[in-house]
Design a protein around this ligand. Structure first.
Ligand code: T1G
Length: 686
């Protein structure tokens, strides 16, 4: 018996404990150990049944994701859990799975190979494999529909969202929910349970093959819409619906075939890269391990605009009391109204209970003056993006905040060191750049000032985890990571339009490639005035070698600011829906003629290549300058904050897949032809 799996007796029950911290992943030896224990129990007269339980904070949270790269690389044999799970399922003695924590992926599949499932009330259960570009690969697509029916199984596997224990009990996925001692309850249940019945033999919940096929026909278009261009969700539909038409063992074989196709596909390795990337970026390379985070018992937000109100909501959602200040009573009321309606909306959608919405609202105290701010452990300003205004706010915070408080700015591009210099405590100043809408976007871009101390950094990273945000650290430089790269990326989109492509063809090419929105439409979304202002700052700093005068500046000059003015690259109705504007294309051609810009045709591939190369090269400059710590930090900023498709891994991941040398060489050719914009970064050249 490996120490990954140990056994002990509780009277006539054999208790099998899995011990593979931190999440009891099914690393090699775990499933083998469980199956061996179950097998041995068959001939032990003194054992009436088996209870399987996970040690520590959770049952099994899935197969060991670190193994997949090794399997694809041929260093490990393909996952082979089915024979072991079938051994457990075929036990003549009852096998009860005692569940707590996160019962996910292979963990749920293991649980379903048991005859009964007892869950602690706080357990989460799910098949999130699609989030890794995979499908359940150990019988989940065949056992889950047998227990909960095809439609629920589809919902769980195709979108990968977990359910809680009470819901699992309703569905018949678990047989009993307990609040007390889980193992005792499982043993007691076992001794009174009916004779074991294999999950594979539960067929009453299955539809007939025709019903399953028509269900698949209905679900696939919605999956294609909601999870655009992703392959695993569609494979999951196929695998699950096959449970209605194939005998169990054939269903397992069909699932294994689809699982392998996903595993060896491009999307899975990219999604696994982003899974681990989300965790890697929380580690700051030079932050001492013993840097202690400050406990945040009270937060303060200055500015009740969209961002300030959204940030206040984030703190409240994490259970942190927060003061929301705005000197303008109308702005303050508008901010609170926005928060109330957002919470009501989340409750209406069942995302949170009405009680939780009330609790969160009660944690937010609107206030017109500074009273209470002297008690805050952290204060963040989210006032208008103007350096002088922010300087004044930081000077006030320096007077008001208690010693040791963290002073943060939500600025998206301004100089954090300039703000720190307005205080006598620059070491306590840091950038916490939230992305709009703050309650939704997972990315928190952390800007580390020259003086920002370790305790403030450690506090920031701990706070991000508590807020369920992914924090990525940037040094203090123009545009930090995300916006610094967005400039050249969008500049390329504008150039391609000037060189002959219709603006909507540029956007369509990037959208069809996987971006959440085309770059020109994004400009309309955040405002061509904002784009223009940011470009002036970049030009002043000589960053990214952007063209001073482009067609987009012409649009801005005409007062076409994008959505906010009803017209930009596109026209916008009152519903903010965009429509193409033939006048823009006519103007574009006139502009090109006036500027004698040679016209050419662009294929979607060429449009994507040039825009991505510009994005990648600026990312390379950030790495060479030390603004971003690692390539994965750049990837996570783009995947979590800029609509870059996670199933493509991120800009730097793409560069590695395309080949840095290949990109470098074509960049060099463009450099010789078009000038400094295309000067290859040191990162690429290296
Ligand atoms: N394999 C390997 N390592 C894992 C892991 C896993 N399944 N899950 C977590 N870790 C590591 C993680 O990298 C981190 O490491 C540490 O554990 C703590 O994780 C056959 C094919 C369970 C909800 O997709 O969703 O089963 O950074 O920081 O916030 O059909 O981890 O400390 O070095 O996230 O408390 C399906 C993935 C796999 C679940 C806990 N399972 N994990 O969250 O801690 S595919 C999943 C999670 C599969 C089968 C298929 C979360 C969590 P480090 P953490 P957490």
């Amino acid at each position: 018996m490996s120490d990954l799996v140990t056994t002990r007796r509780l009277d006539r029950v054999l208790v099998v404990t899995i011990d593979n911290p931190p999440v009891n992943a099914l690393a090699p030896g775990v499933a083998e150990g469980i199956a061996a224990a179950v097998h041995a129990a068959q001939t032990d007269e003194s054992v009436e049944g088996i209870v399987v339980v996970g040690s520590g904070s959770t049952f099994v949270a899935g197969a060991d994701i670190k193994e997949f790269g090794r399997i694809v690389a041929g260093e490990r044999p393909m996952l082979a859990l089915n024979p072991l799970f079938n051994e457990i399922e075929s036990s003549a003695k009852p096998v009860v799975m005692a569940l707590h924590g996160n019962v996910l992926g292979g963990g749920l599949e293991l649980a379903m190979a048991g005859h009964y499932r007892i869950a602690d009330r706080r357990t989460k259960l799910g098949q999130p494999e699609v989030k890794l570009g995979l499908i359940p690969g150990a019988g989940g697509t065949q056992r889950l529909p047998r227990l909960v029916g095809l439609e629920t199984a589809l919902e769980m596997c195709v979108f990968g969202e977990s359910i809680n224990a009470p819901r699992a009990l309703e569905l018949g996925l678990v047989d009993f929910v307990v609040e007390t001692d889980l193992v005792q309850a499982a043993c007691a249940f076992l001794l009174t349970a009916p004779p074991p019945r294999r999950t594979r033999d539960h067929t009453s919940n299955l539809l007939n093959p025709d019903q399953a096929q028509s269900l698949a026909g209905r679900v696939k278009p919605e999956v294609g819409r909601r999870l655009r261009l992703q392959t695993a969700p569609l494979a999951a539909v196929d695998a699950i619906c096959s449970a209605a038409s194939l005998p169990f063992e054939d269903g397992l074989a069909h699932e294994a075939k689809l699982f392998a196709e996903c595993l060896y596909g491009e999307q899975s390795s990219a999604l696994i890269h982003t899974f681990f990337g989300e965790r890697t970026v929380s580690r700051i390379a030079d932050l001492p391990k013993d840097a202690k985070p400050l406990e945040i018992r009270l937060a303060g937000v200055v500015g009740a605009g969209t961002m300030g109100a959204g940030i206040a909501q984030c703190y409240a959602a994490a259970g942190i009391p927060v003061l929301l200040k705005d000197a303008d009573p109308t702005a303050l009321e508008r901010g609170m109204t926005g928060i109330r309606s957002a919470l009501a909306g989340q409750a209406a959608k069942g995302r949170i209970t009405p009680q939780e919405a009330e609790q969160r609202l009660a944690l937010i105290t609107p206030i017109a003056d500074w009273s209470g701010f002297e008690r805050c452990d952290l204060i963040i300003e989210a006032v208008f993006e103007d350096l002088d205004l922010k300087r004044r706010v930081f000077a006030q915070l320096d007077e008001i905040a208690r010693p040791g408080a963290v002073l943060a700015s939500n600025t998206s591009t301004l100089d954090i060191d300039a703000l720190a210099r307005c205080t006598r405590r620059p070491e306590r100043v840091v950038g916490h750049h939230f992305f709009s809408p703050a309650p939704v976007m997972k990315l928190l871009e952390v800007v580390r000032g020259a003086a920002t101390d370790d305790e403030v950094l450690a506090t920031t990273m701990a706070l991000a985890k508590r807020l369920k945000k992914t924090a990525v650290v940037s040094r203090n430089a123009f545009g930090f990571i995300g916006n610094r790269m967005f400039g050249p990326y969008r500049a390329q989109a504008v150039s391609i339009a000037e060189e002959g492509a219709a603006p909507w063809d540029v956007d369509q090419a990037l959208y069809d490639w996987g971006m959440a929105m085309g770059p020109l439409a994004v400009g309309d979304l955040f405002g061509l005035d904002v784009a223009w202002r940011m470009k002036q700052m970049a030009l002043k700093l000589g960053i990214a070698h952007l063209d001073a005068d482009t067609f987009e500046d012409r649009l801005f000059g005409q007062g076409r600011l994008g959505q906010k003015s009803g017209a930009g690259w596109y026209l916008y109705g009152s519903d903010r829906k965009l429509t193409q504007d033939p006048d823009v294309e006519a103007q574009l051609r006139l502009y090109a003629a006036e500027m004698a810009i040679p016209q050419r045709r662009f294929s979607p591939e060429r449009i994507v290549e040039r825009c991505l190369d510009a994005l990648i090269n600026e990312g390379g400059r950030l790495l060479a300058e030390g603004v971003a710590q690692r390539e994965v930090d750049v990837d996570m900023v783009y995947v979590l904050g800029y609509g870059f498709p996670a199933w493509r891994g991120g800009p730097m991941y793409c560069a590695a897949r395309t080949g840095k040398r290949k990109i470098y060489e074509r960049m060099l050719r463009r450099y010789e032809r078009y000038g400094p914009f295309w000067k290859p970064s040191e990162w690429l050249r290296a």
